[in-house]
Design a protein around this ligand. Structure first.
Ligand code: FVH
Length: 300
């Protein structure tokens, strides 16, 4: 990411609230794209590198919001965000607020209602990147909420990473964001578990073993679209195994963990759950059944 400003066809004024690792990367990307950037952060000293690159530092949240038609908020969580915005709420009238703070669909819905009651436009966003990936081809962002503010600010937001608009249901961006983060979290949990088991072997390094793990998981990624098609369909699954085979493998994975001094709890829970399904008369293991068994009744 370059700090020397480019000259976009239409430079615009943008405010960034929150200059943690991510907020600073967002502000830097907007500056690099040639926009006029106003910043505010609780710890004022974090603005210094951005001011050196041309940002204007606002003394208050209200002053920051008033500087631009578009305010991007990226702080710790929604409670923090609301506490910052509430005293300056009047300044949002006629402006657009984009929240890139991580939160839930319910928080997105409450913030949209709050913003609309103030006469502000609102978009909720999910950042699918880490700070050093901002403004690179790897970065993409989910947005949801009213179409008009997205259309109005799409080009500006594209300076951060590819914008993917998910529609007017404001909770969709955070739903997708948290679903992708859940997948990532469980993938890393699998990596940590596999590495703990493998490095119990004398002479095996995490780096050496991880070459095998990455090759294996990369080949398994190709299964996901097939499994997804099965989950979407009502027909016979394309990919299916017997539950007996899957429970036997899970039992072995739990036993090897126990034998190598690694916590076996995940596999013990899996074995118990699969045995209950076998006892209930199920015989087949498919992606569709796996997803169905994850669902719990929700209160209506
Ligand atoms: N960093 C990442 O990799 C992930 C990538 C995906 C999206 N997340 C979300 O982005 C939000 C901000 O994350 P961050 O990386 O900037 O986080 P920090 O570096 O820890 O900065 C936190 C900012 O929040 C401000 N803040 C915290 N508490 C308060 C408060 N009580 N009052 C006012 N501001 C507060 C903090 O201010 P300061 O400590 O510098 O004064 C930072 O600006 C987040 O939702 C991630 O989940 C990032």
């Amino acid at each position: 990411m370059s700090a020397s400003p480019a000259s976009p066809a239409s430079p615009v004024s943008v405010t960034v609230l929150g200059l943690g690792l991510m907020g600073s990367a967002l502000a830097e990307a907007l500056l690099a794209a040639g926009h006029r950037v106003t910043v505010w952060n609780r710890t004022a000293s974090k603005a210094a590198p951005l001011v050196a690159h041309g940002a204007v530092q606002a003394a208050t949240v209200r002053e920051a919001i008033e500087a631009s038609p578009l305010t991007i908020s990226c702080v710790l969580d929604y409670d923090t965000q609301h506490a910052l915005l509430e005293p300056a709420a009047g300044a949002l009238h006629g402006r657009t607020l984009v929240s890139l703070t991580n939160g839930t669909p319910a928080q997105a819905g409450a913030t949209e209602a709050w913003a609309h009651a103030l006469g502000a436009s609102y978009l909720d966003g999910g950042i699918m990147a880490v700070p050093h990936q901002i403004a690179t081809p790897e970065a993409f962002f989910f947005y949801s909420g009213a179409q008009d503010p997205f259309d109005a600010h799409r080009t500006t937001l594209a300076a951060l990473g590819a914008p993917k608009y998910l529609g007017t249901d404001v909770g969709t961006a955070s739903l997708y964001d948290l679903a992708l983060l859940s997948g990532m979290d469980m993938m890393f949990a699998g990596f940590f578990h596999a590495t703990a088991v493998a490095t119990s072997h004398k002479g095996t390094t995490a780096s050496g073993f991880t070459e095998h793990l990455v090759a294996w998981l990369t080949s398994m990624l190709g299964m996901m679209p097939l499994m997804a098609a099965d989950i979407d369909s009502d027909g016979p699954p394309v990919y299916e195994q017997t539950l007996d085979l899957v429970v036997a493998a899970a039992r072995n994975m739990g036993d090897v963990a126990r034998g190598t001094g690694v916590r076996p709890d995940h596999f013990d829970r899996t074995v118990a759950e699969l045995e209950a399904r076998i006892a209930a008369g199920e015989t087949a293991y498919s992606a569709r059944a796996a997803v169905q068994h994850l669902r719990v009744p929700t209160r209506g």
